[in-house]
Write a protein that binds this ligand. Sequence first.
Ligand SMILES: Cc1cc2nc3c(=O)[nH]c(=O)nc-3n(C[C@H](O)[C@H](O)[C@H](O)COP(=O)(O)OP(=O)(O)OC[C@H]3O[C@@H](n4cnc5c(N)ncnc54)[C@H](O)[C@@H]3O)c2cc1C
Length: 439
Amino acid sequence: MKGKIAIVGAGHGGLVAAHILGRHGYKVDIFEKNKQGEVSYDWHDDVTPHVFTRLNIPLPDSKHYFWKRDWSFVTPDGKSIIRIYQDKEKVDLSMERRPLVELLLARAAERASIHYEARAEGLVIKDKRVRGVIVNGEEVLADLVIDSSGVHSVLREQLPEEYRIQRRPREEEVFYAYRAFYNRRPGSKVPEQHTNKAYLKHLGEEGISWCIYDPSDTVNVLVGRTRRLDEETLQRGLQALREDNEIIGDQVLRGGFVVAIPIRYPLSRMVGPGYVAVGDSAFMTIPLLGSGIATSMTAGHILGEVIAGAPEKPLEMENLWRYQVRVMTEFGANNAGVDVLKRWLLTADNDDISYLMSHKVVDGNDLKKLAVGELIQLTPLDMLHKVSVGYRRLGLLLKVNRVLMKVNKVKRHALNIPPAYDEARIQAWQDKLDRLVNS
Ligand SMILES: Cc1cc2nc3c(=O)[nH]c(=O)nc-3n(C[C@H](O)[C@H](O)[C@H](O)COP(=O)(O)OP(=O)(O)OC[C@H]3O[C@@H](n4cnc5c(N)ncnc54)[C@H](O)[C@@H]3O)c2cc1C
């Protein structure tokens, strides 16, 4: 046995890492607070199929997913709607989440012990180093704790100051979403074209809503806002969706509650002595979309590879740092750039966003990229075209240009992460990244 690893939460990244680490001789224990069979949510989410090929993980049975090709984006003023058909190679699968998590749990169980109804209440910290976790009131010692417990991780909150790991997300970095699947209103007409409508800055508020007509003849509804979603805001959003979509029935068939999603760049420090964060606990979602399944699985795979492949001291900082470097290089730097764009979009004038979309300054091609979390790269010809369609608002175009320059600056800096563990260099890099994104 090479060492003891405690994974807290049956998050996607932790489960992927568990399989690899168990296979490489570590004693892995997973602690999940929910009961067996009740982990994760009873609904479907969009995931790229490429992550399964890349990580060599089989797809769940095809009855658990369908292809999601198009989206229709409604401008904040509600006056324009732009439909996009995603390029074939970038189309997502809308996948039932429970069967996916069950598949990852079954793979993990081949190599690790899974403890259900095991709630981690805190960390065991001795001599300012993480030495394990407290589960259902008992100390469980471990050489490494992998935090896969999601956005509101209680472990991260208890880390010593010296770890320089941000303990909590800021208020504006969390999105609260009400998600429910309704029956189709009896007698209502099935929409012929805009079946997947996303309302950007719905009702001019900070967030989005959607109304999606699913192949199973149900209606998938989301009302999400940053910072908080109080009852009044939720009811206002639902009412507006109903007025625009007669298909939404009265019965909630699945879901029907509010959940939190991090919408920010990954932690600028996600490793410390005896501790690593993966998935939502390290804020790995794509900030504009809130999608984090593929990135969490990828990060779990990277973590497994980094530890399993280390020639020496696999669980020490010198090696764990390599995990953060690979996460930042493979998708974290891109997400940091997307975060800059998201911060601007959330605070930008709604008329400006409506103008940019309705005049096709931001066109279908741009939206297709943004819909999968890719950054918009403009050639001089693109710029010329955008100026030609948006010339009436040159001030606004200049503003957008400044934002895009900042996006690139942040991404470049994030990619410039110190490749080897060197505390002084890392601190300087981390401080600058946090400053740049938040300025
Ligand atoms: C409404 C909604 C829609 C979304 N849509 C998409 C989408 O379409 N595509 C996409 O890619 N992503 C989507 N996401 C985001 C996605 O859910 C996450 O990014 C993804 O699940 C990765 O998070 P995770 O696995 O790290 O953590 P989580 O999914 O939060 O899992 C954490 C696990 O840890 C357990 N846990 C928590 N605390 C403790 C504790 N103290 N002790 C023991 N166990 C604990 C929890 O029970 C849970 O099983 C959506 C999220 C929401 C809420």
